[in-house]
Design a protein around this ligand. Structure first.
Ligand code: PMP
Length: 450
């Protein structure tokens, strides 16, 4: 591949040109030369419905014929109203005020601003700090970036953003002690309590987390004890709980919201990615009504985007939610996720450098290490996260990988195909993945079992 920069992405230095996309259908993508790829990561955990869903396309075509844009200060629009109702119906009790945006970062920005305006409206203007986890990813705009726990992403902007306090993400699988997983989970939750006390509880506005970690920690699931205790701690100090379900929402983890696995009662939820499944740029910030009422009584929400509630994007969202129900995709994520996870765990015998396999539903990942006992990462200079992904890509399997920087070091690989996945397709994925791991092991002379 050449190093020539594509005109649309010339800001990314040293980035190899990627193939031109041709068509995409179901879990497959063909490039312009006709080579087929399995979309093993649904893009960036977006295309939950798969590509080219006829019902969604038909709904979008129908809306396009009517109106593609309506400015929210001039007109209501039916798709936005319908989508708001459908969204609210899928949220925990009381979390029913829906604010549309165009992506995940905007959903998080909106959550930050609503939380702050709520505090002011109820006479608690001393509260402004939002505690997040380290590492974590909440978006790339400056507000969301202040919550994001990834040093390399925020460092250039240090002076320009108000860095928010961070607590360690519950990477219990890396801990070496005699504690049970639940005890470790509690230990991490108590770190939140200690941070709140250190900051001064009267200054803390909210705690934000991804219920299952995504790009930063690679499908990190905490022990049950963590979720319960974190919720208690937020309640103890009157701190809002914001769930970033941008990646986990819309069925990905086997429930519509990951929050449902633990009966979490968040005050605000951020949605995007699977919410419109790649058919339109769409996201939502959904808030508990008890937050919104004081803000409205106090002059209204000072925030908004031109494309908010765009009728075409919302028509796509309505059709996507309908399809999630019609195809029972949350259940499919559970069933296919269990099968795929078992297959991934099975790889550990053949590839002793697979240190961990984790995740929920079809939000799955595996992590490669140089020593399974100590979970020592492979040397950074190996660029494992790039090499294995390229081995897979060249064989027609798309994975999403990161080497986490900050907090914990490690190369993880997300295996998150569309939720319409079949058992046969799991076989296809595993075949290419095995070939790719073989090639990767050969290249770096890594040990292999049978
Ligand atoms: N939050 C989470 C959990 C995410 O995974 C992402 C995207 N990776 C974002 C926020 C930001 O979303 P976007 O890129 O659509 O702005």
């Amino acid at each position: 591949m050449t190093r020539q920069h594509p005109p649309s992405n010339l800001f990314y230095q040293n980035r190899q040109r990627r193939p031109m996309i041709g068509e995409a259908r179901g879990i497959y993508i063909w490039d312009a030369d006709g080579k087929r790829y399995i979309d093993g990561s649904s893009g960036a955990m977006v295309a939950n419905l798969g590509h080219g869903n006829e019902r969604v396309l038909a709904a979008m075509r129908a809306q396009m014929e009517k109106a593609t844009f309506a400015y929210r200060l001039h007109f209501e629009n039916e798709p936005a109203e319908k989508l708001a109702q459908m969204t609210a119906a899928r949220m925990p009790p009381g979390v029913n005020k829906v604010f549309f945006v165009s992506g995940g970062s905007e959903a998080v920005e909106s959550a930050i601003k609503l939380a702050r305006q709520y505090a002011i409206a109820v006479g608690e203007s001393s509260r402004w700090k939002i505690i997040s986890r380290y590492p974590s990813y909440h978006g790339s705009t400056l507000g969301a970036l202040a919550l994001t726990g990834m040093d390399n992403m925020s460092a250039p902007f240090a002076q320009m953003l108000r860095e928010m306090p961070k607590v360690p993400a519950p990477t219990c699988y890396l801990d070496h002690d005699d504690l049970s997983m639940d005890e470790r989970g509690l230990r991490y939750a108590e770190m939140l309590r200690a941070e709140i006390l250190a900051q001064g509880p009267e200054t803390v506005l909210a705690f934000i987390m991804e219920p299952v970690g995504g790009a930063s920690t690679g499908a990190l699931v905490a022990p049950d004890s963590y979720y319960k205790r974190v919720s208690e701690i937020c309640r103890e100090f009157g701190i809002l709980l914001i769930l970033d379900e941008v990646m986990t929402g819309a069925g990905r983890t086997g429930r519509f919201l990951a929050a449902e696995h633990w009966g979490l009662q968040p005050d605000i939820i951020a949605l995007s990615k699977g919410f419109a499944a790649g058919y339109a740029p769409l996201g939502a910030m959904v808030a508990h009504e008890r937050l919104v009422e004081p803000v409205l009584a106090h002059g209204g929400f000072i925030h908004g985007y031109t494309y908010a509630g765009n009728p075409l994007a919302c028509a796509a969202g309505v059709a996507v939610l309908d399809e999630i129900d019609r195809l029972a995709l949350s259940q499919k994520a559970q069933d296919m996720g269990a099968l795929l996870k078992a297959e991934l765990i099975g790889l550990k015998a053949r590839y002793p450098f697979i240190g961990d396999v984790r995740g929920k539903g079809l939000l799955l990942a595996f992590e490669l290490v140089s020593d399974v006992e100590t979970m020592t990462p492979l040397p950074k200079a190996m660029d494992t996260h790039i090499h294995l992904v390229e081995e897979a890509f060249s064989r027609g399997l798309i994975l999403y990988s990161r080497r986490t920087r900050g907090g914990v070091e490690g190369d993880h690989f997300m295996v998150c195909p569309p939720l319409i996945l079949t058992e046969t397709q799991i076989g296809e994925i595993m075949e290419i993945l095995t070939d790719s791991l073989d090639a990767f092991a050969d290249k770096f002379d890594l040990p292999r079992g049978n």
